[in-house]
Design a protein around this ligand. Structure first.
Ligand code: B16
Ligand code: MG
Length: 217
């Protein structure tokens, strides 16, 4: 039975949340209000457009369509300045261990991310060549928890959805994987990601034996 493995980007492969935070905080401050790290938690796995809507709710700010569009662009320009400097040192611990194991076993690998900047980030950290398929914010019409991103990835991998495994750090992403009937693996706080089929704090806790079991299940 052919298996496929799908990885989320932010919070699974790299920690770009810290850069998203700095860029959103700058925009909030420019608009005259504060934006905290705790509030940034609400943005994980959420599309850029929805993040700005939430930010404006936090700041109790109205926006014309033109302002909204301008602020989306400004935030992204600022964010791009941060990711410009990313390199392999930003890959989260033991992610290459799992990617290499999958490659050695000829298992196809996909990215399933909400980010429209996924490709340049993978390129900068040197992981682009591992991915047979990349589905990101440029390819989807419905954001997680809708399963669209993972279903497109499965289709492009040529693997049945029920034979896919998804690594995710966001509640909405776990929900999307579960709805797609994929095996969801929560990376992060198990009490938050309590709907995941399996939970790990990070990839250092995931053994190649466990990956092997998933492949041969
Ligand atoms: P961009 P993921 C998500 O990445 C981030 O977690 C989320 O905070 C961000 O708003 C979203 O990508 C869109 O990113 O502004 O680069 O298009 O976790 O789905 O890989
Ligand atoms: Mg994520």
């Amino acid at each position: 039975m052919k298996k496929g493995f799908i990885f989320d980007l932010d919070g699974v492969i790299v920690d770009t949340a810290k850069y998203h935070y700095l860029a959103w905080k700058k925009l909030a401050n420019d608009l005259g209000f504060e934006f905290t790290k705790e509030q940034n938690e609400l943005f994980k796995g959420v599309s850029r457009k929805r993040c700005l809507e939430i930010l404006l709710e936090i700041g109790n700010r109205e926006a014309t369509q033109e302002e909204f569009d301008t602020w989306m662009v400004e935030k992204n320009i600022d964010y791009l300045k941060y990711i410009e400097h990313m390199d392999a040192s930003e890959i989260l611990p033991d992610v290459p261990k799992v990617l290499n194991y999958l490659k050695e076993n000829n298992i196809p690998i996909a990215l399933g991310s909400a980010s429209k900047n996924a490709r340049p980030i993978l390129e900068k950290v040197g992981l682009l060549s591992y991915f047979n398929v990349i589905v990101d914010g440029n390819n989807v019409t419905k954001a997680k928890p809708d399963p669209e991103v993972f279903l497109i990835a499965a289709k492009q991998l040529g693997v049945f959805a029920e034979n896919c495994v998804v690594f995710e750090d966001a509640v909405a992403g776990i929900e999307a994987a579960n709805t797609a009937k994929m095996a969801s693996i929560g990376i992060g706080d198990a009490s938050v990601l309590d709907k995941a089929k399996h939970n790990f704090n990070d990839f250092t806790e995931i053994s190649t034996d466990f990956i092997s079991q998933l492949i041969h299940k």
